[in-house]
Design a protein around this ligand. Structure first.
Ligand code: PHE
Length: 357
């Protein structure tokens, strides 16, 4: 018994003296660990007579419990002390001046989009929206893409796994499905733009898998290509903040317009940068055309009564041109140096009264 008392006093003294969690754990292992002193005593019980075992067993177990209890309490106390010390050392002095942080800014793509919306809004266009995840009908079929026609592949579409019905949803490859959604839900006259994100499986210096378009759609009686050309030229002159934009239509093919055209804007490429409104070069900036009669019909509009034009332009590309950004991929790199150089103040929202950029 004396042995047990000495051992108890000894171990409890060590527990009390442990100054940190690591030291405490060493005491624990030495006493009640697998080869610890108290564990060793428990192993001697087997060789004892039943009588002896009864008294000794109870005493050793009681000692083990007492020591375990003391270790538990000490551990809680040490942990509390450690937390107090951390809290004391990590206090914040709220009266200190804040460290310099870069101010947030508006991404050039969003700035460009806001400018485009401001200009078209002033020209009498409403803003329409549609979902990024589209079905085949709105993205292709209603837009006069023939079933199983390679034109569907031309967009490098991202498809989702087929549903049970076999229908495959997709990420819209252009903002043109918003034309369809607008025409089936509104009666002409229609005058809308549809800004938004679009997706194609494409990635190089001039293409990113996600990009932005602004779609335009006008449906009314007696609409012709002249209205289209005036609308686009007026928009471009305002967007590039110049009096003189010279444009040309180049014949093109889109399934949903007839005739279809791409529009080029006259520019100057000498001197390493592109200047709009002067020079001898042409730069392709958008696709457009007269809405195909099949598209009008698919949307419940009589092509003998109504005509319309549509256009679609790349927002990121127009932003690159206007603000001189050389590589489209930088737009997605989240490099704060690039963002602080090309970003815009959030307080300078573009509007017709105080200006665009
Ligand atoms: N949707 C076409 C594209 O993404 C652009 C376009 C829109 C062309 C409207 C004509 C009319 O390439």
């Amino acid at each position: 018994m004396t042995d047990l008392n000495t051992l108890e006093a000894d171990v409890l003294a060590q527990v009390a003296a442990a100054s940190d969690l690591q030291a405490l754990d060493a005491v624990r292992v030495a006493a009640v660990g697998k080869t610890g002193s108290i564990s060793g005593l428990l192993k001697t019980l087997g060789a004892m007579s039943p009588e002896e075992r009864k008294t000794q067993g109870a005493a050793i177990n009681a000692l083990r419990d007492k020591v375990a209890d003391a270790i538990g309490q000490k551990k809680a106390a040490l942990e509390a002390a450690e937390l107090d010390a951390r809290l004391a050392s990590e206090t914040l002095d709220l009266s200190l001046p804040a460290p310099y942080r870069r101010k947030g800014s508006v991404h050039p793509t969003m700035q460009t989009m806001d400018e485009m919306v401001a200009i078209f809004a002033e020209m009498g266009f409403a803003v329409a929206e549609g979902p990024d995840i589209e079905d085949d009908f709105h993205n292709f079929t209603a837009l006069n893409f023939p079933e199983k026609h390679p034109a569907r592949e031309m967009h490098d579409t991202f498809f989702f796994n087929p549903k049970e019905s076999g229908e495959r949803m997709l990420l819209r490859t252009h903002t043109s499905p918003v034309q369809v959604r607008t025409m089936v839900s509104q009666k002409p006259p229609i005058r809308i733009i549809a800004p938004g994100r679009t997706y194609r499986c494409d990635n190089d210096a001039t293409h990113t898998p996600v990009f932005h378009q602004v779609e335009g759609l006008v449906i009314d009686k007696g609409i012709h290509m002249g209205h289209l050309k005036w609308t686009l030229e007026t928009f471009l002159a305002r967007f590039f903040e110049t009096d003189a934009v010279t444009t040309q239509f180049r014949p093109h093919h889109f399934p949903f317009t007839e005739p279809s055209a791409e529009m080029d804007v006259q520019c100057d490429r000498s001197g390493g940068e592109i200047k709009i409104g002067q020079g001898t070069s042409w730069l392709e900036i958008l696709g457009c055309g007269m809405v195909h009669p099949n598209v009008l019909r698919a949307c419940g509009i009589d092509p003998d009564e109504y005509q319309g034009f549509a256009f679609g332009m790349g927002v990121d590309r127009l932003g690159m041109l206007k603000y001189g950004m050389p590589d489209l991929r930088d737009m997605w790199s989240s490099d704060v140096r690039w963002l602080s150089h090309y970003g815009f103040s959030a307080f300078a929202a573009p509007n017709p009264a105080s200006g665009l950029s």
